[in-house]
Design a protein around this ligand. Sequence first.
Ligand code: CUK
Ligand code: CUA
Length: 631
Amino acid sequence: VQVEEQAEGQTKESKMALSRRGFLGAGAVATAAGAIPMTAAMFTASAKAQAKEAASSPAVHPGELDEYYGFWSGGQSGEVRILGIPSMRELMRIPVFNVDSATGWGITNESKRIRGDGDHFLTGDSHHPHMSMQDGHYDGKYVFINDKANSRVARIRCDVMKTDKIITIPNVQAVHGLRVQKVPYTKYVICNGEFEIPLNNDGKASLEDVSTYRSIFSVVDAEKMEVAFQVVVDGNLDNTDADYDGKYFASTCYNSEMGMTLGEMVSSERDHVVVFNLARCEAAVKAGKFKNYNGNNVPVLDGRKGSKLTRYIPVPKSPHGINTSPGGEYFAINGKLSPTVSLIAIDKLDDLFADKIKPRETIVAEPELGLGPLHTAFDNKGNAYTTLFLDSQIAKWNVKDAVAAYKGEKVNYMRQKLDVHYQPGHNHTTMGETRDADGKWLVVLCKFSKDRFLPVGPLRPENDQLIDISGDEMKLVHDGPAFAEPHDCIMVHRSKIKTKKIWDRDDAMFAETVAMAKRDGVTLESDNKVIRDGNKVRVYMTSVAPMYGLSEFKVTEGNEVTVVVTNLDTIEDVTHGFCMTNHGVQMEIGPQATSSMTFIANKPGVQWYYCNWFCHALHMEMRGRMLVKAK
Ligand code: CUK
Ligand code: CUA
């Protein structure tokens, strides 16, 4: 009885909206994560009640397909995952910044080429997956993602769902916020350098003189995957987004103080949003009004305060997420240490850049939502959904009413508050970052799962919760455990994506390996040959289930061996592997693909290689010998 009363009390309280929520001081942040005064029993009671009322079912029955592809960041795992929505089933993992034992990503020569100058890194921290667009609609071509850990940006080809480009962004440290240009098309990927460093960070000038530290905004050519130009700003940079007019990008700054310690970083009551004027930046690059730093050729523009290229809009205290409304009207700036979201009217930005209005005059609403607003998502009915990290809630609010309330009208913009479990970071609606927002599902990526799953030791999974937003009320319908640590996701209708079932033989992914074979006089589709080139041995073989084209090859101890396997199977889903036992190398070879890897034959004797992707009833027999003669 006592439990029910508590559960009821909690529900009432969560509907009370703002009455008890005051402004959050900086000191509250540190303690908030641990302070959740609710019991498991209370949540079981409320979860059961919510599930009973759900309008849409997330059930996808055996044999049925999901309606949406979800692209999930894998956080500090460095990968990207594909989920089916609404089932929340994990369909695939795409290794990006990590090294992957199953596919050989980071082991094969083809992936090492793509990993480029960061190939020696074993780590990544992927945050923001975003798909390329045409006129504000997903085009199904690429997904881009940042690596905060090693300041990189990667591109995933959606026809094969493999990473095809990774670049290191020069002049910056910790690439965090990342988005794509939405209109007229994704010419540029934009990304924020979060950590402040000296412009020439070569250790020669004073490292203590903090006044020389800068953060830099990077604009990357999406097709070439090269930095087109960069913009130096005042303050640091956190998250970013683009408009639906092809004119402006905007980024949040949480450390306008340029503090070096937590206390310094949260000292002022206001930070800002920087707005970048794309046409003016492109013109400045053309006119040669840039500098170079750190010995590279990337044009770096000066966008600090007073520059024609940027405008600085003050917003309350340490803002975090920025989200453009799907109608293209607003940038929603999530307050983090302020209980508010600030709406910047995008149609006022022309006047701001023409100096006809003051920066704060672009703000048309600042609804108070609750504690710790981090990210906002949108439906197709004029509502916004904001994660409240500290309150462990989603606030659903009406955008028009929030604008009216800011003008002084007596309206209640708050529609509903829903408890989530627990500490939500990003949230995302189906198609919600495009013009095609459809208001069906909301996913909330919770940073703590606590009591929601069977205990698995001190390290717990995250909890990705699925919420039905198709009706008037949000309904929690699914808890989805996830390994480290989805920051952000997008949900793309399946009609937008066309994937290949088998590889094309002329695919760019292995074109260099094909060229190498040609130089060796080898036809990959038919030959099984060993080429000896001094200490180097190149072994070319085919695979057709359940056999490799070579059941043995001979090398001498110390040889550098490159094994190239071409999978001649043309049947969908017949993937082979190649593993050289006791050598720490293995790889995947998809149907009609070529994959290769290079290792040192440093163990004399008989060394078996085998197929490590189950392919056939005689899969166990799909193996052969490397005969290594002692030196
Ligand atoms: S950030 Cu992680 S919760 Cu990198 Cu988009 Cu906000
Ligand atoms: Cu080929 Cu298993």
